[in-house]
Each structure stands twice: as structure tokens, then as C-alpha cells.
Design a binder for this molecule. Sequence first.
Ligand SMILES: Nc1ncnc2c1ncn2[C@@H]1O[C@H](COP(=O)(O)OP(=O)(O)O)[C@@H](O)[C@H]1O
Ligand SMILES: [Mg+2]
Length: 362
Amino acid sequence: MVDLKIENLTKKYGETTALDKFTIDIKSGELLVLLGPSGCGKTTAIRCIAGLITPTNGQIYLGNRKVNELSPKDRDVAMVFQNYALYPHMSVHDNIAFPLKMRKEPKSHIREKVIQMAELLGIKDLLDRKPKELSGGQMQRVALGRALVREPKLFLMDEPLSNLDAKLRTHMRTEIKKLQKKIGITTLYITHDQVEAMSMADRIAIMKNGNIQQIGTPIEVYHQPMNTFVGQFIGNPQMNLINGSIRDESLFLFSQPIAIQPVDKILLEKKLTAKFIVGIRPRDIIILKKTDILTGIRLDGIIVFIEMLGDDTTVEVKIGSDNLLVTTNNILNPFVGDKIEIGIEYSKMHFFDDEGKRIGFT
Ligand SMILES: Nc1ncnc2c1ncn2[C@@H]1O[C@H](COP(=O)(O)OP(=O)(O)O)[C@@H](O)[C@H]1O
Ligand SMILES: [Mg+2]
């Protein structure tokens, strides 16, 4: 097992900067998910690491060895893409065996390795089939087998589940995570799907415009987003962002003064600009009954939209000039136009400065 270190990786395509001083450190045996919207540079990063494109600048180290100058095949890196690119005329067995044949390994050894891999992936019964006789999930497993059979140092996956239907995707992400842990291979996994990232990652790196915004465990990036972009990219429905202001030395939100704990208030006021932003996750907002007690702010609102999700319901609530999303399992039969009272606990508020950077207490 090896670790992967990337320092200041930059890739320019003419005027476009696809990667901008991209820096990351993946620990040996770790599954790190690179998460970000389409076009943010994820594929560019992974292709530089695999050696398929040459970066404009920056260093790539695989287990302390600089690999920038090595050809793709000498890097000992395996890659699985969105389209599995299996060889259509070859059986499953031969597809998985292919990288070992290329290395001219002995036949008996190849046979043994392929069977081992097929057992691990639960596709031993399929070894004689051709790719066109396989389902999407089975093809995906064969592609994984072919990538991993030669025991590479590093495993790269670029949106490998995008072609599968939602149910299979959920199933395969668990399978891949289990497989990765069983083999213990250092893995960089790319997705634009935050649920996939949250469910699979040891750590997540969130990317925007060729840059990493934050790296942390799923819990860290969810509970302590470093900026409003991360706050809104992680979590569904997305975090509400509300503009706040300081007037007469008090913090105001929804035109109400907010009474933060004195220590926190001093901390905040030191760092706050006249305008700031408060992030609140829809699930952290409570629909109140008159008798409920709360250390936070209470607000009257009107329901303007309802989305039933099964276990939960998301309602859009108009409060003055702001609209807030509220996700709850505590509302029985809402109607558009209903008046409700909502509560937001101080401990559930994320404070950001007017440029969207996290401030104050955690
Ligand atoms: N071969 C290329 N030539 C020119 N621009 C490219 C090329 N490949 C990618 N880009 C640009 O680089 C940026 C990052 O692309 P990419 O790495 O594919 O993003 P992602 O995988 O996150 O969707 C995009 O603006 C894209 O248009
Ligand atoms: Mg991509």
C-alpha cells in the first residue's frame, strides 16, 4: 500500500485553467472521494495522476516516488471510467485476464488470479459469458475485476456508477467500498453526487473551479463546512442561506435581534462584518407547537410549497422577504397557505462572513 501526494498541480488549456494549484494527500489504504460540480476539474486531476495528460505545473508522488515523468503503464495505477470499455469479443474471464496476459504472466497463475478476483466480486458463474450477455451491474464488476487483478498501487475511479440506474448505483457503491476495504488499496474516487460521496468516503475533498475548497471526513464537511459553497453542496435539500446584519451592536436575522451566548457573541462580533450570512440546514429547522421551548429564534411563516418525500416532507416557508426550506417528519397534513411557527436553535446556525467564509465558533 502506498500514499499519494499531489502538490500544486495546475493544468491550463489555453485560456481555461482546469486545475489551479490542486494539492492533496491521500493516505495509504484510504478511499478519498473527490466531489464537485461538472466542469470543476475532477477528470483533469485524475487523468494527470494516471499519466494520460501532462500537467502544466506541479508534482505527483506515489509512495515518495515522483511519477511525473513516468509513462502511464509504469505508474502502476488502475483506472475505471464511466463507460467500462470491456472488450466485446472476449469472455468475462479473458477480459479480467487481459492485463496479466499483457504482462506475460504464466497461464496457471493467470487462471488462479482471475478466479480469485471473480469470487471476490461474486461473478464466478459469469466467466464464460461475453459482455453483451451481462447486465450493467455485472459489466461494472467485470471492469473492476480487470482493473484490480494485477494488484496496482493506486486505484482511480471516474464516476464509475453514472451509467447505472438509481437502485443499482446505491447497491454498487456499498460493494465498491467493501471491496476497497477488503483489498486495502489506496483509492481516489470521483463523483458529482454528494450522497455517493458521503456514503463511500473515508474523507471527501470538495472541489470548485479547479481548486479544493475543503477536505475532511463526511461528518466534518457536513457539520463544519468551511464556506457557503461546501455548505450548500453537501446535504439535501440544500442549506438555507440567510443574510444577517449588525445594527446597534446587535446581530439581526429576519429583522429580529438574535441573542447568542455572550462569549460566542464577542467572538462573532470581532470577526463579523456589518453584513454576514447564516446557513441553516432544512433538517435543523423545527416546526413548533405553542408550548415548545427553544434556545433560539422563533419565526412566523406561511407555507408556499410542499414536497412529499415519503418519510419526510419538505415545505417552503415564507418568512418576511425570505423563503426557507424546512424538512420534517413532524407535519401531518400541510396545505399551501397554512400559517406555522418555526424555530431555529442557535447551535444549528452556521455563520459565514459576507464572502461566504466560515467564522466564529464551530
Ligand atoms: N481537452 C480539453 N481541452 C480544453 N478544455 C478542456 C479539456 N478537457 C477539459 N477541459 C476544460 O477543463 C475544465 C475541467 O474539465 P473536467 O476536468 O472534465 O471537469 P469535471 O470532470 O469536473 O467535469 C472544463 O472547463 C473543461 O471544459
Ligand atoms: Mg469528469
